[in-house]
Design a protein around this ligand. Structure first.
Ligand SMILES: *Cc1c(COP(=O)(O)O)cnc(C)c1O
Length: 396
């Protein structure tokens, strides 16, 4: 099984970090491997996932949408119903419990739009830990409400002034902080990227999505799904859904990236569809970079997909053909956003709307009544301002 003991998913992953971070990552890996074998750890995590976060989430059959897209029988995995509004809490609860086990007193995290920052500040409050969130100055201005949320939860929000003042710079800054405060500090990484063991750790914590889904679909539809569809930013909600189905080769995986203003422009965030192999944030994977290896600026209407890299396990899935990666534009995502709202009364996060939008394409390719499960990774409340503005420009 992947990763191997050096943290590789075939050619991807690993640990490309300064020597000073090596021992911190080793220490984290050792503690996690012990926790992983400890039933008490999973029991406690499960307690918080159910009693605090709201698991298990339903697998809802979207009959109205299936009537419109008549080649598909569509089910939605309702991660949007979780506390804090998305799947991110699955991971932050797991990492916070690990931090407590390691007797760390302080959590740090990076955040782009603020969703992972809020989920980290939430668990810090819950477990009585100090919390510092690194956020690009540009993002702080764009996401004021989430900054207030984090502060209300007791976190300190540190503006990052370097580079493009966005997510990738916030990650660099968080790593720098970690190096100097390793003794009392735990770095809560937000997706299945970063240096080993984070891709494995985050995948394991998010896999609860796919484990529940498998039981639910076998009970409801009495069969395995034909397709699993999820949006891919760093790749954690997608990997969480896919991983428990890895060995069921009849189940096809589709990862949907952000094509922004179009894959033929330079305004997108489709690392797997358009990037090439490089190193970002301590791991080897697909990266959006120019000829000299400089990370390129990205664009997506959904802040959660606006990242120039992707987790190394997805890079492996691409290389081996286990998953098919596609991209949908901002405009298609907005169309998916409206489609789900009108057909089912569900307002998805703009990230999740990318996965919903792809159903229209899949409907053209699929055979009669393919069973499709879409990960509804989050709810759309956070995106209302963005959506209203963008939709009014499109006269929708
Ligand atoms: C953060 C976020 C994403 C993207 O992150 P992944 O690691 O790719 O899952 C997707 N959907 C929502 C709702 C998010 O908040």
């Amino acid at each position: 099984m992947f990763p191997d003991k050096n943290g590789y998913f075939l050619d991807f992953g690993g640990r490309f970090v300064p020597e000073t971070l090596m021992s911190a990552l080793n220490d984290l890996e050792q503690h996690y491997l012990l926790a992983k074998r400890d039933r008490g750890f999973w029991k406690e995590l499960n307690y918080y996932l159910t009693q605090y976060a709201g698991r298990p989430t339903p697998l809802y059959e979207a009959k109205n949408l299936s009537r419109q897209l008549s080649n598909l029988k569509i089910f939605l995995k309702r991660e949007d119903l979780l506390h804090t509004g998305a799947h991110k809490i699955n991971n932050t609860l797991g990492q916070a419990l690990l931090a407590v086990r390691m007797k760390k007193k302080r959590l740090i995290a990076e955040t782009g739009a603020g969703q992972h920052g809020v989920a980290t500040a939430t668990v810090a409050a819950l477990f009585g830990l100090r919390c510092t969130i690194f956020m690009g100055k540009e993002d702080i201005e764009r996401q004021k409400l989430n900054v207030y949320r984090m502060k209300l939860l007791g976190a300190e929000v540190v503006p990052v002034l370097s580079g493009s003042q966005t997510l990738k710079d916030a990650i660099n800054e968080a790593m720098r902080d970690w190096v100097t405060h390793v003794e009392d500090t735990f770095y809560v990484f937000g997706t299945v990227a970063g240096p080993h063991p984070y891709p494995m750790l985050v995948r394991d914590f998010q896999s609860v999505i796919g484990r529940e889904t498998k039981k639910q679909i076998l009970r409801i539809a009495k069969q395995l799904p034909d397709y699993l569809v999820a949006c891919v930013g760093g790749g954690s909600n997608a990997m969480g859904l896919f991983y428990p189905f890895y060995r069921q080769r009849s189940v096809k995986f589709i990862g949907v990236e952000a094509a922004g203003k179009g894959l033929s422009t330079d305004k997108h965030a489709a690392s797997l569809c358009k990037g090439n192999i490089g190193i970002l944030h301590g791991a080897k994977s697909y990266v959006l970079q120019d000829g000299s290896g400089q990370i390129m600026p990205t664009h997506s209407i959904s802040a959660g997909l606006d990242y120039p890299g992707v987790g190394p396990e997805h890079a492996m899935y691409k290389q081996t053909g286990r998953c098919h990666y596609v991209a949908v534009t901002d405009k298609q995502a907005l169309d998916g956003f409206v489609l789900l709202a009108r057909s089912e009364g569900l307002i998805p996060a703009l990230e999740s709307a990318h996965a919903v939008a792809y159903l229209k394409e899949l409907n053209k390719l699929a055979n009669k009544k393919s069973v499709v499960i879409v990960c509804l990774s989050g709810r759309g409340d956070k995106d209302m301002n963005t959506a209203v503005e963008a939709l009014s420009q499109l006269n929708l």
